[in-house]
Design a binder for this molecule. Structure first.
Ligand code: PLP
Length: 356
């Protein structure tokens, strides 16, 4: 258990905005709960942790994060259980990953206590914002930015670690058509593909827009050297079920270590599937498609859990996959994860962290 010596100052909002919220018409990432958590880093340590009303912050135009991109984030969710409690899913994994990102971006570490106390106290305070309808949740966005008022290039001396939350509707898992991208790249060995950094998202928007103009929803990124090996599907980890073997690219510099990825692989192994974390080329996938052994292709991530891939575009041709209803594994794993998060299914791996 965590020591709760951390002092968080609390300034409550005089009037809650929750009555303005139409829980039936939530759009992802558009509405924010009443409060936010903010901690400041200066002189080599975190101090001044507070929960305060969600609102605009004053930032210098010379703020270094704007100019040089020391900006990292996490994405996680709080789920309402049937008996009204609130569950987080593997929050310590988000804390660990935030620090992996921080190290690569020359930013300071956040202690487990600061992360967990900030997170749990904020969610407790805004617990009314955790929706209860099927498939809904409170999306949580912890992030860290540099805050030096200085435009010389160097790691900043001051930072803010902030957590904001946003109620989200049930995610409609429309299957996506993906384009295998062989021109632009997301990540390269030695780069920051494994980091949840703002810059990784910024660089992906233009190629994704080009793919969308051609009728695809997402890109499947390929390796930077040969454009043969598949990497990630948009901002999700990519998985393929070929001949009853679950295959996903191995973790490394260019792959973000998704918590959903790890959870899906763990459940697959529990259920006796063969699981391979190895390089997988577009040639292998198309060959399996031809032999009719490509059973499933999907992305994994916190926002959607599973995003089925309905078709793959490559070198001017489109390859259609089996209807979503026939996809035994990915449908089963989506239901299982939802059940574990909502406390309906036994949590064998101790993934659920209940907020008291
Ligand atoms: C966040 C993210 C994922 C998914 O990670 P989860 O922990 O499963 O949400 C996958 N790929 C990229 C590039 C990401 O940024």
């Amino acid at each position: 258990m965590l020591q709760t010596s951390l002092k968080i100052d609390v300034r409550k909002t005089p009037v809650s905005r929750i009555s303005e919220l139409d829980m039936k018409n939530l759009q992802f990432g558009k509405y924010f709960s009443d409060h936010m958590f903010v901690a400041e880093y200066a002189d080599g340590q975190w101090s001044k942790a507070e929960i305060l009303p969600y609102g605009k912050m004053e930032i210098s135009p010379a703020n270094s994060a704007f100019h040089y991109g020391q900006a990292i984030f996490e994405g996680m969710k709080a789920y309402r259980t049937e008996d009204g409690k609130i569950n987080l899913f593997r929050p310590e994994a988000n804390w660990r990953r935030l620090n992996i990102s921080a190290e690569r971006m020359a930013m300071p570490n956040v202690s487990e206590e600061l992360f967990m106390e900030g997170l749990t106290q904020l969610v407790q305070m805004d617990s009314a914002w955790v929706p209860s309808e099927k498939g809904t949740s409170l999306y949580i966005r912890p992030f860290m930015i540099s805050t030096d008022e200085y435009i010389g290039v160097k790691p900043a001396d001051t930072y803010k670690f902030i957590i904001i939350t946003s109620p989200v509707a049930a995610y409609y898992n429309a299957p996506v058509r993906v384009l295998v991208e062989t021109n632009y790249i997301r990540a390269v060995e030695g780069g920051i593909g494994f980091v949840k950094a703002a810059g990784n998202y910024g660089r992906s928007l233009f190629p994704t827009r080009l793919a969308q103009q051609r009728g695809y929803q997402q890109i499947i990124w390929t390796d930077a050297r040969n454009h043969r090996f598949l990497e990630e599907s948009g901002t999700m980890n990519a998985m393929f079920m070929i001949d009853d073997i679950l295959i996903t690219p191995p973790l490394g510099d260019t792959i973000l270590a998704g918590i959903t990825r790890d959870s899906v692989l763990t459940l697959a192994r529990d259920w006796g599937y063969r699981v391979q974390e190895r390089k997988i080329s577009i040639d292998e996938v198309l060959d399996a498609h031809k032999k009719k052994t490509l059973q499933e292709a999907f992305g994994t991530g916190t926002a959607a859990t599973i995003a089925h891939i309905s078709g793959i575009g490559f070198e001017g041709r489109d390859y259609e996959l089996a209807p979503v209803e026939e996809r035994i594994f990915s449908n089963r794993v989506a239901v299982e994860l939802e059940g574990i998060r909502k406390g309906r299914i036994e949590d064998k791996h101790n993934w659920v962290y209940q907020i008291k």
